[in-house]
Design a protein around this ligand. Structure first.
Ligand code: NAD
Length: 357
């Protein structure tokens, strides 16, 4: 197949880890007879330095014309004094909005060789492989009315509105059921339907959509119980379907189960162009030292192959190469263990390329 991929490395370690993922994609293209065209764009702090804005129009145009976007990370202390609307992180909100990315997919998978990196006991986390699906453009973060108003007695009143429409729930539920079909075919929908009307609608629509996916098992869980079960018995979950706020919180909790932030990829998908990025930031404390872990970004490239291009065999080849590289004892500094070989960012990328068999 032919695909055009926008490459937005951004700031800090983004500039080191993204080239490693591109290297892997190039080898995959060659191996499987695909043609991937890569085009780079400016985003975040480096775009501010070069062009005065965090998300230049050319970058947006490039993203929209591409079949998928590979993003590194944005931000850093250098730009922290800027006014909020000019900060590098604004570029993330801008590009998500412009591409209509309504679904955020975050797998939390614990590689067996890294079990001891988790803060939880081995017997609790061994073998976890959860996909958190978070609705990204609706709910309480966007609902109106919102704001802080003055009351006649001089106090203030802060308001946010949790709101979902049938269609918003329907499209995210479909993403969850489709994703489950590629996995262990279990969706757990998170809500608070015992208290919130918006959750009552959420549950009703999810049940409705499920009728078209009889091969997938559906269950429902209240969000407070979900938070508890994630640390009590996380292996019970396959796909966790969440609204915007519940997904925001639970995806971080699920990510922590696996130990290192440098391992976790993500995908944001919408009507057309998907965006694939590691969940971590620009890690200014380690940037420029060739010690950042590129695995989250390489695994994000694998998600791109699966979710944007339906290239399952190719995505699996990358996954297997990561597992093999870790099994061989190769580690970056953030996941080091006694006796392991510590590799730099570039060397870890090269080791994964070597294991793409
Ligand atoms: P961070 O994720 O950049 O770093 C947190 C910790 O994890 C640091 O100690 C860092 O060294 C480590 N870390 C992160 N990625 C790593 C990797 N690949 N390999 C090894 N270690 C890694 O979060 P932060 O320090 O809170 O934020 C730094 C900057 O990144 C801020 O400007 C923040 O706004 C921005 N940020 C951007 C994104 C994004 O681009 N999507 C996400 C989060 C934060």
């Amino acid at each position: 197949m032919k695909a055009k991929i926008a490459v937005l490395a951004g700031d800090g370690v983004g500039r080191e880890i993204v080239p490693e993922a591109v290297k892997v994609l190039k080898v995959i293209a060659e191996k499987f007879g695909h043609s991937f065209e890569f085009a780079s764009g400016d985003i975040g702090g480096q775009a501010i330095d070069k062009l005065g804005v965090p998300l230049p129009n050319d970058t947006l145009a490039l993203a929209k014309q591409s079949d998928a976007v590979l993003l590194g990370a944005v931000g850093g202390p250098r730009w922290e004094g800027l006014e909020y609307s000019l900060r590098p992180e604004r570029a993330l909100l801008g590009i998500r909005e412009a591409l209509g990315l309504y679904a955020n997919l975050r797998p939390a998978k614990l590689y067996s060789t890294l079990v001891d990196a988790s803060t939880l006991k081995r017997e609790v986390v061994e073998g976890i492989d959860i996909l958190v699906i978070r609705e990204l453009t609706g709910g309480i973060y966007f609902g109106k009315p919102k704001g802080i108003e003055k009351l006649p007695n001089g106090d203030e009143r802060g308001v946010n509105t949790e709101v979902y429409t049938t269609e918003e729930v329907r499209r995210i539920a479909k993403v969850a059921f489709e994703a489950a079909r590629k996995r262990r075919k279990k969706v757990t929908s998170v809500d608070k339907a015992n208290v919130l009307e918006s959750s009552e609608l959420w549950r009703k629509v999810v049940i409705d959509v499920h009728a078209s996916y009889p091969d997938v098992e559906l269950s429902h869980i209240y969000v407070d119980n979900a938070a508890m079960q994630l640390v009590r018995n996380p292996r019970q979950f396959d796909v966790l379907l969440c609204n915007n706020m519940f997904g925001d919180i639970l995806s971080d909790e699920a990510a922590m189960l696996t130990g290192s932030i440098g391992m976790l990829p993500s995908a944001s998908i919408g009507a057309k162009v998907g965006l694939f990025e590691p969940i971590h930031g620009s890690a200014p404390d380690i940037a420029g030292k060739n010690i950042a872990n590129p695995i989250a970004t390489i695994a994000s490239a694998a998600m791109m192959l699966s979710y944007a291009f339906q290239l399952e065999k190719e995505a699996d080849t990358i996954e297997q190469a990561i597992v093999k590289t870790l099994d061989l004892g190769h580690r970056t500094k953030d996941i080091q263990s006694p006796g392991a070989k510590i590799l730099g960012t570039v060397e870890m990328g090269e080791a994964i390329v070597r294991n793409l068999s």
